[in-house]
Design a binder for this molecule. Structure first.
Ligand code: SF4
Ligand code: SF4
Length: 400
């Protein structure tokens, strides 16, 4: 494992952090985490040198923190920097701060967090932080030793990002960044700005919700033309580690294979390790993806549950798969995924949302929960037109 500087903190942080949002799921209920297997692979990652563990209140519907707490027994807690986040979407009153923090420490079986982040900050949540005096609550918790360092995770635009960065002397900022998302969300300028202020920048969504791990043939051809042979995942990760502004890259790993491969990539990582030709390859890859990706969904599941039972990320994943595939056979197979979703209320699975886009009743409850600012009901209308009624992609999206 390679270790990196963590902003102004005196941490030697592993280049790779374990993001606990996409832990292995149970065989018969993919929404729920498989605790035993999750604990095994988290410990495997720590044994391979990972020393940064990231979780949050809503991950795996509240199970992630509990599982992480179990994984960090038997001496593992002392080997890592443990980070979780205040669920801003659920905070209504100032007192909620202590209620959540205490509950989270209990679930994580720890008497302190190495860092505590305000989760998914945007313009609205930032106003709430000021209105409820949450920075004062963070400081109080730090003085009491319950949290060691303070930060925020972010989903909004650059002006909001710089405003939040300037608001406080933060230790950490967690941003969405990957070779496709250099000009949206915090952007490269935001990354550089936070770094210039001594803030440790933690990168999430390095693979854009897994999308960059599964490239279309056109992108694979570009990768094959490069002088270095790398896997699609390795290209995406090395792009990030190449930058001095990035402290730690979080990967949501759901299997031992992912842990082993990502740790091997981290072993090969280094600032400035990519050649000019490598960087050109990455620019060309980004172009291919931008042209083909129709809905920028990262499968974070924050929008769920939908009261009408629509499996929102699954609908978007199927549409993106159809758009990404080159061969007619593969497109046909991707389209079949839509037929497997339920198109009527009567057939809905009560446990697992499995509704297709036609079930959306346009209530818009999901819209403000989406960190990617996707107009979900509008996009679902297009999904059903294309996948349910056979309309052409080009009739609904300019890219094609
Ligand atoms: S707008 Fe549609 S997808 Fe969103 S919560 Fe309402 S019914 Fe579900
Ligand atoms: S639609 Fe938005 S909130 Fe829902 S899974 Fe996709 S990115 Fe996440």
């Amino acid at each position: 494992m390679k270790y990196r500087k963590m902003g102004s903190l005196d941490w030697e942080v592993s280049a790779l952090g374990f993001g606990c949002m996409r832990l292995p799921s149970r065989r018969f209920n993919r929404l729920r985490a498989d605790a035993k297997e999750s604990i095994r692979i988290i410990r495997r990652g720590i044994d391979l040198g990972i020393n940064y563990i990231d979780t949050a209140w809503p991950y795996h519907f509240g199970e992630s923190e509990r599982i992480v707490g179990q994984a960090l027994q038997d001496g593992y807690r002392e080997r890592v920097h443990l980070v979780t986040k205040l669920p801003m979407f659920a905070v209504r009153r100032t007192e909620d701060f202590d209620r959540f923090l205490n509950a989270q420490m209990a679930k994580l079986q720890t008497d302190h967090l190495d860092a505590y982040l305000l989760h998914s900050m945007n313009r609205g949540q930032f106003e709430k932080v000021k209105r409820l005096g949450l920075m004062e609550k963070m400081e109080e918790a730090r003085e009491q030793g319950r949290i060691r360092h303070m930060g925020f995770s972010f989903h909004d635009t650059l002006p909001v990002f710089t405003e939040i960065v300037d608001h406080y002397d933060w230790d950490l900022a967690q941003i969405q960044y990957n070779y496709m998302d250099t000009a949206i969300q915090a952007t490269t300028d935001g990354l550089s700005y936070a770094h210039s202020k001594g803030i440790a920048v933690v990168v999430m969504e390095p693979l854009k919700g897994g999308r960059l791990a599964d490239p279309p043939e056109e992108a694979l051809e570009i990768m094959r033309s490069a002088t270095h042979e790398r896997s699609p995942v390795d290209w995406a990760l090395q792009f990030l580690w190449n930058r001095p502004e990035v402290a730690v890259v979080l990967s949501g790993m759901g299997s031992q294979q992912m842990v082993d491969e990502n740790c091997a990539s981290a072993d090969r990582s280094g600032i400035g390790s990519l050649s000019a030709q490598d960087e050109q390859v990455i620019s060309r890859l980004a172009e291919v993806y931008r042209k083909r990706l129709l809905v920028p969904c990262t499968a974070c599941r924050y929008c769920l549950p939908c009261p009408a039972g629509v499996n929102i990320p699954q609908n978007f994943a199927i549409l993106n798969n159809v758009s990404m595939e080159d061969s007619r056979l593969q497109r046909w197979m991707a389209r079949r995924g839509y037929k497997r979703l339920s198109g009527s209320k009567e057939e809905l699975d009560k446990e697992r949302a499995n509704g297709n886009a036609s079930l959306c009743v346009q209530c818009r409850q999901c819209v403000e929960k989406c960190p990617q600012e996707i107009d979900i009901p509008t996009e679902l209308t297009k999904v059903h037109a294309i996948l349910g009624r056979g309309a052409k992609i080009a009739d609904h999206y300019e890219q094609r």
